[in-house]
Write a protein that binds this ligand. Structure first.
Ligand code: FPP
Length: 249
């Protein structure tokens, strides 16, 4: 079960798993700790997950780390999240290089603090040549802003004659999204029991399977990942067609 390579039908293996990491605050609250401690433990769960995704041979993993709406949190919390990110990128670069994982940011990253942008660019550049595994980090990300950005770029390209809007389809639109060089997610995992997508990969997840676990993000680890992957393999992905089991009825 560990590697999708061991599955009977390799074509069914998830190529892209995206995770809404939720529950850091509640994890801290339950222990009478400051919210920031929950985020710090959340960053540890990120490191664990990265390792597990590589071991399970998942080619693309995308983590929702900071949404466009998260700027509305208290400045102290936002600053702490940026510091955690800075530290994470500093100490994970050697891990990404060792494990041959390409790093990609999705989101409006030009609005992030300049020192973070610099570190993100450095990490992307240093890992750009890896092709087998990608870690996507959603930062200052929101599907609605992503779609607006894509539509602006499409309109610009159409105006200068770079594309013909008559032939334009979803695959063309995909290439203008922040995830343009990634496949759409097969599986979305959300921790902390909330059942919503919170402005995350709304277009890309049109046919994604969604797995909700009540586990809070700082407690997420291999056992939970395994349950989510098993749940995914148990689903029948029909893409609007009839069920295979019901074909001949
Ligand atoms: C949601 O929990 C989590 C976030 C908004 C931030 C995610 C951040 C991390 C996992 C740590 C830092 C990330 C990296 C990549 C180093 P919440 O605060 O909304 O939890 P709550 O709903 O219980 O309050």
């Amino acid at each position: 079960m560990k590697s999708p390579k061991n599955q009977a039908d390799k074509s069914k293996a998830p190529k892209h798993v995206a995770i809404i990491m939720d529950g850091n605050g509640r994890w801290a609250y339950a222990r009478n700790l400051p919210r920031i401690e929950g985020h710090r433990r959340g960053a540890e769960a990120v490191k664990r997950t990265l390792k597990i995704a590589k071991e399970y041979n998942i080619p693309f993993i995308t983590l929702y780390a900071f949404s466009v709406e998260n700027w509305n949190r208290p400045k102290k919390e936002v600053d702490a999240l940026m510091d955690l990110l800075d530290n994470f990128l500093t100490d994970q670069l050697k891990e990404l290089l060792k494990r041959e994982i390409r790093f990609r940011v999705i989101g409006r990253y030009e609005e992030l603090p300049p020192h973070i942008q610099k570190r993100l660019k450095k990490t992307e550049k240093a890992t750009a040549h890896f092709t087998e595994h990608t870690l996507g980090l959603a930062l200052n990300y929101g599907s609605r802003t992503e779609i607006v950005d894509a539509l602006r770029a499409v309109t610009k390209a159409a105006k200068i004659g770079d594309l013909n809007i008559e032939d334009f389809d979803y695959n063309d639109l995909r290439s203008y999204l922040h995830t343009g060089d990634m496949p759409d997610p097969d599986l979305i995992i959300r921790t902390s029991g909330e059942s919503r997508l919170s402005n995350f990969l709304l277009l890309q997840s049109a046919y994604a399977e969604i797995h909700i676990t009540s586990v809070l993000w700082p407690d997420f680890g291999e056992a939970e990942f395994k349950i989510a992957i098993k749940d995914y393999y148990d689903r029948e992905r029909r893409y609007g067609k009839t069920s295979c089991k019901l074909h001949n009825i």
